[in-house]
Design a protein. Structure first.
Length: 219
């Protein structure tokens, strides 16, 4: 499903300096997988997730998705993302002025789904994630665990084949952490492939597979 081939990624720091994060990096992820990207702070976990979700492109090398090259221009990349990827970024990125229903409904509105269908789908996903009673509330009035469930609902409402989550359980207490992890496990059982980055041993030990990242020498 996913193949990264000979990826190199460097960030330009200034005219003279670059920060190299990946070199000759290869990766394969199959449909239905549930993988944790692990490694020390600064090793490149978010960089890898950004490339996989099409938010960023490698400096060189290729990204294949279902056998096809993922495009590198902004417009085509946005289309790739919209079609295939659900994303949960750190700190949820919910819209504070909108209530939970409106936040979850956003990707469907983009797709011009009729109002009645939006209502049905939001109710359905809210039921699945146990957040029906939160639909008329605003993000700033919710707990971290509740906001994370809202962010997951928004990411999966368009039924992406992959859900990519950057530290989805960070800053949650242990009960909420396990609750969010169980939600991800259920989504995986329903067929969504999951790729997450985490520092948390309790979480990555429960994933099907880990991708350990190591710092580049002389980076
Ligand atoms: N836009 C950027 N410009 C320059 N350097 C960057 C940029 N983004 C990331 N880096 C550097 O690239 C390296 C990898 O960063 P990245 O955020 O991918 O690490 P990470 O493993 O996700 O870290 P953390 O666990 O702390 O979130 C770090 O050294 C970081 O400072």
């Amino acid at each position: 499903m996913i193949m990264l081939k000979d990826i190199r990624k460097e960030y330009k720091i200034n005219a003279k300096n670059k920060k190299k994060v990946f070199e000759n990096f290869n990766l394969e992820i199959s449909r239905g997988d549930f993988v944790a990207v692990v490694g020390k702070s600064g090793v490149g976990k978010s960089t890898l997730l950004n490339i996989l979700s099409g938010l960023d492109t490698p400096t060189s090398g290729e990204y294949y998705f279902d056998g096809e090259k993922v495009p590198k221009t902004n417009l085509a990349l946005a289309e790739f993302r919209r079609k295939n990827i659900g994303m949960i970024v750190q700190n949820f990125a919910l819209i504070e002025e909108w209530n939970v229903f409106e936040n979850i409904a956003l990707p469907l509105k983009y797709r011009k789904v009729p109002k009645r269908e939006i209502e049905k789908q939001v109710q359905e996903i809210a039921g699945k994630l146990g957040i029906q009673e939160l639909l008329r509330k605003y993000p700033q009035t919710l707990s971290g665990g509740e906001n994370q469930r809202v962010a997951i609902a928004r990411a999966v409402i368009v039924k992406p084949s992959i859900l990519i989550a950057d530290e989805p359980t960070a800053s949650l207490d242990s009960e909420n952490k396990m609750n969010v992890f169980e939600i991800l496990e259920n989504l995986n059982e329903e067929g969504i492939s999951i790729i997450l980055a985490t520092h948390d041993k309790e979480i990555y030990e429960k994933c099907k597979r880990t991708i350990p990242l190591a710092e580049l020498q002389h980076a």
